[in-house]
Design a protein around this ligand. Structure first.
Ligand code: ACO
Length: 150
């Protein structure tokens, strides 16, 4: 498997990006402002993430997703470690990530990769999304913010 930057002019894997965030407009906004990386296996794009500069020395990992049939094989972890290395190379000091209060697996994964919880953006998903999101039998209301000093 290789992880590479999306080529100039190459179409972004929008369906994969929408797996991580159902808001088309937010995904488009992240693509405009950030850099998109893809995981490619046998010429098929199986994973994606976007690295988004936010504040001085800080970058956010957004829109990370792995094709459903390729999940739970360590690809998500490899994408996160790739993003951390890339952020280090680019001299960022902090990498952040945010996910819903109901995203139990994602919260486990990010903490396994070294991220620590720094805060809660209460009602983020109520404010920014029209449709109700439910995962693991829990309504997704709050954004859990995590970060890692690199
Ligand atoms: N409890 C404990 N650990 C869990 C749980 C759980 N409920 N669910 C997953 N994990 C752990 C696994 O045990 C594994 O850890 P291990 O390597 O120590 O065994 C790890 O999380 C999963 O690792 P990977 O196999 O590397 O992850 P995967 O390739 O499946 O990708 C991802 C993870 C990207 C979250 C994938 O499931 C996905 O695409 N989901 C849909 C889109 C999504 O929700 N994206 C994140 C949105 S938030 C954002 O983008 C910032």
């Amino acid at each position: 498997m290789i992880i590479r930057k999306l080529y100039q002019g190459e179409k972004s894997p929008i369906n994969l990006l929408l797996l991580a965030d159902p808001s088309h407009s937010l995904v488009e906004e992240y693509l405009k402002r950030g850099e998109c990386y893809v995981a490619e296996l046998d010429n098929q794009i199986v994973g994606v993430y976007v690295l988004l500069p936010t504040r001085p020395e800080t970058v956010e990992l957004v829109n990370i997703a792995v094709e459903e049939s390729f999940q739970n094989r360590g690809i998500g972890k490899q994408l996160i470690f790739h993003a951390i290395q890339l952020a280090k190379l680019k001299d960022y000091k902090t990498i952040e990530i945010g996910t819903g209060n109901s995203s139990i697996g994602q919260l486990a994964l990010y903490q396994k990769c070294g991220f620590r919880i720094t805060g809660v953006d209460q009602n983020f998903f109520i404010r920014h999304y029209n449709q109700k999101i439910v995962e693991n039998g829990i309504q997704c209301k709050d954004m859990i913010r995590l970060s890692l000093e690199i």
